[in-house]
Design a protein around this ligand. Structure first.
Ligand SMILES: Cc1ncc(COP(=O)(O)O)c(C=O)c1O
Length: 373
């Protein structure tokens, strides 16, 4: 199977498996797991922040960041389609006790800075909650994973800081953004007060995310992690894979993300030529017509079909390729470690076949239904 459902399906590299086997362990709730401590130091250094915290998942990273930044009754400003708003069971409300002011988003994953300025609450009006955080998502998933530029991140931070409010970046795919923008992680992290990034997506680790920020922020996030049951013990066995991912040498998995981006572009180019594939619409590509391959700037390809979507996905599966249903009736393919350029050529051929079969099948179903009537 060539599994393009998500970059979360990646398995650890051989170097990661070796490192996990050899990892020196301690009890991380006592703070004495040397491998976790080394990962946290490495992450903080790489992103140019004072400290870091290893957590179980991207959702937990966002949750403990909100617990650390916000008090009950405060409000976060965030894009309406972002993971924090839409895909974390409203953890901000359930656990943190906060609301979210949702911003209209643009197809490049940004929101307008004038609208951001206007979204801050008036702290002197007792009817209103107090704005306590601005959060952006980089890369921004629903815009076909566009990377948000350093200039934009700086603009958002400047406005947030002008109101005395911190900026959090949900960087589940932060390194896809740095690689696509040809920036160092430190450069893109600089304007933000906290960044959460996933090890278990494009970086190919089996489990985990990391939050980085100031020492005080990480101390509060560390307390929040224990509150939500995220205190883990001999967890260096997982952190060891993260240390490999973030290493500079040939075993590191950051620089190779460029291959995933090239593969996504090639897949989008192949799909764009096929009759039956069209613009996904929405934030992913608002312009109607054919799929525009230049929208594939990192590792997502999102498209719409002039076919039955479930039948197409079944036909693909029977040819050894997995993709997934995505929002607003679209299909998503995500490239990642373990999927080669040659695999992408197989995927393009499988899509062309599946489209042919799906149209034939649709015709057969129609004529059978007509006969029954
Ligand atoms: C943008 C974004 N943030 C956060 C997460 C949450 O990560 P996890 O599945 O590890 O909780 C995801 C997962 O897909 C994501 O895409």
């Amino acid at each position: 199977m060539i599994d393009l459902r998500s970059d979360t399906v990646t398995h650890p590299t051989p170097a990661m498996r070796d490192a996990m086997y050899e990892a020196e362990l301690g009890d991380d709730v006592f703070g004495d797991d040397p491998t976790v401590n080394a990962l946290q130091e490495r992450a903080a250094e790489l992103l140019g922040k004072e400290a870091a915290l290893f957590v179980a998942s991207g959702s937990m990273a966002n949750l403990v960041s909100q617990l650390a930044h916000l008090g009950r009754g405060q409000e976060t400003i965030a894009g309406a389609s972002t993971h924090i708003v839409d895909d974390e069971q409203a953890g901000h409300a359930v656990v943190v006790g906060t609301s979210i002011k949702q911003m209209r988003e643009n197809p490049d994953g940004t929101f307008d800075l004038e609208e951001l300025e206007a979204a801050f609450r008036d702290p002197d009006d007792p009817h209103q909650p107090i704005t306590g955080l601005v959060a952006i998502e980089n890369t921004h998933a629903h815009s076909m994973a566009q990377p948000l530029s350093l200039e934009y991140t700086r603009g958002v931070a400047q406005i947030a800081h002008g109101h005395g409010v911190p900026l959090h970046v949900d960087g589940a795919r932060f390194f896809n953004a740095t690689v696509a923008l040809r920036l160092t992680p430190k450069q893109l992290a600089e304007p933000a007060d906290s960044i959460a990034f996933c090890l278990s997506k494009g970086l190919a680790c089996p489990v985990g995310s990391v939050v980085v920020g100031s020492r005080e922020f990480i101390h509060r996030a560390w307390r929040g992690r224990k509150l939500v049951g995220g205190g883990m013990r001999q967890v260096g066995i997982l952190a060891a894979a993260g240390l490999v991912a973030l290493s500079d040498g040939p075993d590191g998995t950051i620089a190779r993300l460029a291959e995933d981006h090239a593969n996504a572009r090639r897949l989008a180019e192949g799909l764009a030529e096929m009759n039956g594939v069209e613009s996904p619409g929405g934030l992913a590509q608002p312009a109607p017509g054919s799929l525009d391959p230049s929208r594939a700037t990192t590792n997502f390809v999102v498209f719409r079909l002039r076919r039955d979507r479930a039948a197409f996905l079944d036909a693909l599966r029977s040819r050894g390729v997995l993709m997934v249903e995505y929002n607003h009736g679209t299909v998503r393919a995500v490239t990642h470690y373990g999927v080669t350029a040659a695999d992408i050529e197989r995927v393009v051929a499988a899509c062309a076949d599946a489209l042919r079969e799906t149209s034939v099948r649709a015709t057969q179903v129609t004529s059978a239904a007509t006969l029954e009537r």
